[in-house]
Write a protein that binds this ligand. Structure first.
Ligand SMILES: [Zn+2]
Length: 393
């Protein structure tokens, strides 16, 4: 939305609110003098707004906010509009002026506090916002909104223990399911412990993550990696299988590690059996590529090429085509010498696979080349997943 259009919308909204407010005043039987005074000041402010004189307009509205309770609703809404327009300083001034009113009823004060808290968040003043939202939770006013904002703040500050606390309270207060984010907060803590070399603590956090969310792919994958680094291959395989059972769309992210575990145990045949089962039910190309790579080592390039060619007839994939080219590099290099255009095709596939995002957020469409457990755009957890289709998985 352009700035000018935003202001016209803003001014129109103020006008509508003004009309409502005048009607309320008249019905309430206010004295003619009070009515005229407020009427005059409000239209003065509105006029400044329409003329794009924000500084003068805000001064008028702040004076009104400090002195008149009757204008609380439109003033609060106007402050929120300032915030949405990115003019956070003005939003804070206006909302603070509302709170400064003498004898402001508690129900108004808490609403203004909530608004200032959101202003502070928009301004990046997280500490101040945290104090206000905590106060609201303490006095049980606007608890769900305050808790939701606290969760956002603690996520931004990466204070995962506090995030778990607030998200759990939010879940109890609203009955909204917070299992997925809470599971990820525990995984964040596990990652931090691993980074500090405290595997024992990491395992405790992972157990908590799985207690809260037994379908946490991320927790299963961290457990699998821990087992793998301890050479506990069978335990690692079971964790990868649990991750697949929880959400098979993450398969491309761990299938190579799973294959490594089977091969470390000398269980190539089990790997082959499992991949053939996955190929039956899973749409992506990863199990085909993993099995082709296993066949190339165990049964030779010709066998692997035949298998891959047959599979690619059923599931067209540039990744598969690329694997086919790599398997037959020697012959194809000869072909490149004879037919120059073949190099063009090969380079094109290389570029296509290199430049495309491999993952996409299922909520907002954000494209990524590497894994983000929290979408950088919409901030949802566990929604950035491998892309399926011709050019990807
Ligand atoms: Zn997203």
């Amino acid at each position: 939305m352009t700035s000018q259009f935003m202001w016209i919308t803003l001014a129109m909204l103020v006008g509508v609110l003004m009309g409502l407010y005048l009607a309320v005043l008249m019905r309430a039987g206010k004295t003619k003098r009070t009515f005229q005074q407020l009427n005059h000041r409000y239209f003065k402010g509105l006029n400044y707004l329409l003329n794009d004189e924000s500084d003068k307009a805000i001064d008028v509205f702040i004076q009104l906010a400090e002195t008149s309770q009757e204008t609380f609703e439109p003033q609060l809404a106007l402050g929120n509009l300032y915030r949405r327009k990115g003019e956070v300083d003005r939003a804070i001034k206006l909302h603070q002026a509302l709170i400064a009113q003498a004898e402001l009823p508690e129900r108004y004060r808490t609403r203004a506090l909530l608004a200032i808290g959101k202003d502070y968040m928009s301004a990046g003043l997280l500490d101040r916002a945290e104090v206000l939202f905590s106060e609201l939770v303490e006095i049980e006013a606007h608890t769900p909104e305050a808790l939701q904002s606290l969760v956002e703040i603690y996520q931004q500050e990466q204070d995962w223990l506090q995030a778990i606390k607030s998200a759990s309270r939010f879940q109890s207060a609203t009955n909204r399911n917070m299992q997925t984010p809470i599971g990820h907060y525990y995984c964040e803590l596990a990652d931090l412990s691993l980074h500090q070399g405290d595997n024992e603590q990491a395992e405790k956090y992972l157990a908590s993550a799985l207690r809260v969310d037994d379908k946490s792919v991320r927790a299963h994958l961290i457990c699998a990696k821990l087992n793998q680094s301890d050479q506990q291959w069978q335990a690692a395989i079971e964790e990868y299988q649990s991750a697949k059972a929880a959400d098979s769309s993450f398969i491309p992210l761990f299938i190579n590690e799973l294959a490594d575990c089977y091969l470390a145990l000398g269980q190539g045949e089990q790997l082959e059996r499992e991949m053939l089962q996955w190929i039956e039910t899973y749409n992506g190309v990863s199990p085909v590529l993993t099995l082709a790579s296993y066949y190339a080592k165990e049964k030779g390039d010709v066998y692997a090429t035949e298998f891959l060619t047959e599979q690619l007839n059923n599931r067209a994939s540039f990744k598969g085509l690329n694997a086919l080219i790599e398997l037959n590099e020697v012959e194809l290099n000869q072909l490149s010498n004879d037919f120059a255009y073949f190099n063009v095709i090969k380079n094109l596939i290389d570029k296509l696979l290199k430049n495309k995002p491999k993952l996409r957020c299922r909520k907002c469409g954000f494209g990524a080349k590497s894994l983000h457990w929290q979408c950088p755009s919409c901030k949802n957890w566990g929604v950035v997943k491998p892309i399926y289709g011709l050019e990807s998985e």
